[in-house]
Design a protein around this ligand. Structure first.
Ligand SMILES: NC(=O)c1ccc[n+]([C@@H]2O[C@H](COP(=O)([O-])OP(=O)(O)OC[C@H]3O[C@@H](n4cnc5c(N)ncnc54)[C@H](O)[C@@H]3O)[C@@H](O)[C@H]2O)c1
Length: 263
């Protein structure tokens, strides 16, 4: 088993459609032990406790924008799992502007700040909290989930595009420091459109999902396939991969035109 003996923290499983949910199930199958974390409101609304029972673990409530909450997550995880952490998944995203149908040309700036804080700065906060507590083992692997709107314009993605650009930059910037200090790997995975609560909140998601599916020679990558990729990146088989944005999109990112779409 690829993750035998490894201890992790998985942020962002809400319900069984969540990408983080599939990753937790795969990590469990591969012999990892881990804690789950999500925002207090998600603990009330979602079904994360069911996942915790299935993976024989517990849920630690934390607003990922609150560094005190994050400190608690790391401290309790180390205590419960019996040692420092080998892998962390950041699968957190939310835009109040998207939720309230504010166009990119008419953003509410308080919402915009929240989008950046929740969807990007939280990644820095997780890493800085781990750094200050010295909570990660040598060679640990940290992944955040991103989207190609960080590089190219996808108008419906709104201010989440700016958040994803910052998220990917944080992986590179922190990847340097943590690499030098502890050989920790930090990467982002740029995932295909996926049917989840966050994904389907994006305007025109259904049409866009079909478009991406036709454009990609392998079709859209599923959440289950994303989980497989994450397991490879958490494992020791990829210990020299860091500071990368890794496209997991069935080939979409390198396509220009597909006859599939002209038919
Ligand atoms: N679904 C897609 O099409 C797609 C594509 C590429 C990347 N992603 C990214 O994958 C990640 C996971 O999203 P998903 O699609 O599985 O949807 P999801 O809705 O299941 O997960 C989003 C999670 O973010 C959590 N969250 C929101 N605010 C939070 C806060 N303040 N503190 C802690 N957690 C908070 C939610 O509770 C939820 O669990 C996100 O970063 C998303 O942008 C999704």
């Amino acid at each position: 088993m690829l993750l035998n003996g490894k201890r992790g923290i998985i942020f962002g499983a809400l319900d069984e459609k969540s990408i983080a949910w599939k990753i937790a199930e795969r990590a469990y199958q591969e012999g990892a032990t881990f804690t789950l974390s999500n925002a207090p409101v998600a603990l009330r609304m979602g079904s994360i406790q069911r996942l915790a029972d299935q993976c024989q673990t517990s849920v630690i409530a934390a607003d990922a924008t609150d560094t005190n909450d994050l400190k608690t997550v790391f401290e309790q995880s180390i205590e419960q799992l019996g040692g420092k952490i080998d892998f962390v998944l950041h699968a957190i995203g939310m835009s109040p502007n998207v939720r309230k149908n504010r166009e990119y040309t008419n953003l509410n700036y308080a919402f915009y700040a929240q989008t950046i804080d929740i969807s990007a700065m939280s990644f820095h906060k997780i890493l800085q909290t781990a750094w200050q507590l010295d909570a990660l083992n040598d060679g640990a692997s940290v992944i955040a989930l991103s989207y190609i709107a960080a590089q190219r314009s996808f108008p419906g993605y709104n201010d989440m595009a700016d958040a994803k650009a910052a998220l990917e930059s944080i992986a590179r910037s922190f990847g340097y420091h943590y690499g030098v200090r502890r050989k920790v790997r930090i990467n982002t995975i740029s995932q295909s459109p996926t049917v989840t609560t966050a994904g389907t909140g994006i305007k025109g998601f259904g049409d866009f999902f079909d478009y991406a599916n036709k454009m990609s020679p392998l079709g859209n990558a599923s959440a289950e396939a994303c989980a497989d990729y994450c397991i490879a990146l958490f494992s020791d088989l990829t210990r020299m991969v860091t500071m990368q944005n890794l496209f997991h999109d069935g080939g979409f990112s390198n396509m220009g035109m597909s006859p599939n779409l002209l038919a």
